[in-house]
Design a protein around this ligand. Structure first.
Ligand SMILES: [Zn+2]
Length: 86
């Protein structure tokens, strides 16, 4: 069997539909005080082993957003904001 090396970096946004809809259409307001939320983008890099045959995993950059209130500095994840919609 030939040895294959799979490597490289993939980028991925892991949004649910609800999160995406919130991100695009909803006004981002603090749940504590109603202040404006500022959006921050961060990412985590992790290595995914797709198959036990490949020792070298694929590097995946996973992007996420979180929000910080400009008034009271409370922090919210996108998931948190999107899932508690009234
Ligand atoms: Zn606030």
């Amino acid at each position: 069997m030939r040895k294959r090396i799979v490597s490289g970096t993939e980028m991925r946004y892991s949004f649910t539909f609800g999160e995406l809809a919130y991100l695009l259409f909803r006004k981002k307001l603090c749940r504590n005080c109603g202040g404006d939320l500022e959006k921050y983008k961060d990412f985590a890099v992790r290595t995914e082993i797709r198959s036990p045959l490949f020792k070298n995993g694929v590097e995946v950059k996973e992007y996420k957003y979180h929000f910080v209130c400009t008034v009271c500095e409370a922090q919210f994840s996108l998931n948190e904001l999107a899932s508690k919609q009234s």
